[in-house]
Design a protein. Structure first.
Length: 365
């Protein structure tokens, strides 16, 4: 927390705005719209997952449809496809950004069309804050007229060619879950250039109530709006977003420095000057033949010193729950999962914690 969050929350209590609407919800949306710029319209929601679900509904994804989705991601990117009764088609990553591979994406689109069904949407993720290959993916989306849902849950504060993540999709989503770059304890947002999309998202998120003095419904609604209490935390967090990005980027430098002389250890970083990652999490991949140890060796050594590190996201096409879903790709995401590791990356890691990490990693540098 930055400090001012409590003031906004206290204001909500003092004015009795304890509801999924109120001045903090509106204020948080305005603050996000200002930050994202370029006419972004933001609907504050209860989670990033809810935002993804509404994005699919707004793009008319229904039972029997197919949706293309990055395989290497958190399951929340893919679950809402199932909520809609649609089928996820998983796509491998490429090596530069670890995100959606344009070659396999196009291969999948062509193959699905030849099988008689054109996919309804593309879910592209900025994993660990690293922007996906915007130009290539957008070009494919335009060529085949398949809209992009930009999963920017991990990438608020990242940019590609100075344009902010959260502004690239036909519809974009953000998450303010407890572990993200800024948090509302739990929360999310749907972002679009179209005011009507924002309005429709809010309509669906508040039980799809028609204009009438009584309760009338012509559509199925959801209870997905953000609470005014949580939005208060969000308003305060917006004041420290830039600081958090700076601190996370510093953590990435910290690890680059630790491993600078070690062959076989690569700290995940931007492929070119066009990309700027918020480095939500700092990750490494290990070539165990060159390094002489594996990512699991590092994880266990850190664990011994009571420091938590975790493997990278396990690709969706390897998850038991999605075992029957089609997959297009090679073994890029699979190998990243096998050889990668997320290291302690918090914005609040004190010098003493960083010293402990350095010491614990000494045998691997
Ligand atoms: C966190 C996350 C989500 C889901 O956001 P919630 O607010 O936790 O529902 C979706 N996609 C990715 C890539 C995430 O990391």
């Amino acid at each position: 927390m930055g400090g001012t969050e409590r003031n906004y929350v206290t204001e909500a209590f003092d004015t009795n705005w304890i509801a999924p609407l109120g001045p903090n919800v509106t204020g948080f949306e305005i603050s996000l719209e200002k930050y994202l710029g370029e006419n972004s319209k933001v609907a504050a929601l209860s989670s990033g997952t809810a935002a993804l679900h509404l994005a699919l509904i707004l793009l008319s994804v229904t039972k029997g449809d197919e949706v293309l989705c990055q395989s290497m991601t958190f399951s929340a990117s893919a679950n809402p496809i199932i909520y809609q009764g649609a089928t996820p088609i998983f796509i491998d990553s490429e090596e530069d950004t670890w995100n959606l591979c344009p070659i396999h994406l196009e291969e999948a689109i062509k193959d699905r069309i030849s099988k008689g069904k054109k996919p309804k949407a593309i879910i592209a993720v900025h994993l660990y804050g690293m922007p996906y290959k915007i130009e290539e993916i957008t070009a494919i989306s335009k060529k085949y007229e398949i809209p992009i849902i930009e999963d920017s849950a991990e990438a608020l504060g990242s940019t590609c060619k100075n344009q902010k993540c959260g502004t690239f999709g036909d519809i974009s989503i953000l998450s303010f879950n407890g572990n993200k770059i800024i948090t509302t304890s739990g929360g999310g947002a749907l972002v679009s250039k179209d005011r009507k999309i924002k309005e429709k998202a809010i309509f669906l998120a508040t039980q799809a109530r028609d204009q009438a003095p009584h309760y009338q419904h012509s559509e199925i609604g959801y209870n997905y709006r953000l609470s005014n209490i949580c939005a208060g935390i969000g308003r305060g967090q917006m004041e420290v977003l830039d600081d958090h990005v700076l601190l996370r980027r510093k953590m990435n430098e910290f690890y680059k420095d630790i491993f600078k002389n070690k062959e076989g250890v690569t700290v995940f970083t931007e492929p070119s000057k066009d990309y700027k990652s918020n480095h939500w999490l700092s990750c490494i991949v290990i070539d165990s033949k060159k390094a002489g140890f594996s990512s699991e060796d590092i994880r266990l050594a850190l664990e011994k010193d009571t420091i938590e590190a975790r493997p990278l996201w396990k690709p969706m096409h390897l998850q038991p729950v999605f075992k029957n879903a089609p997959y297009y790709g090679a073994e890029i995401s699979e190998n990243l999962f096998k050889n990668g590791l997320c290291l302690p990356s918090g914005s609040n890691l004190e010098k003493i914690s960083r010293k402990r990490i350095t010491k614990s990693l000494l045998n691997f540098t």
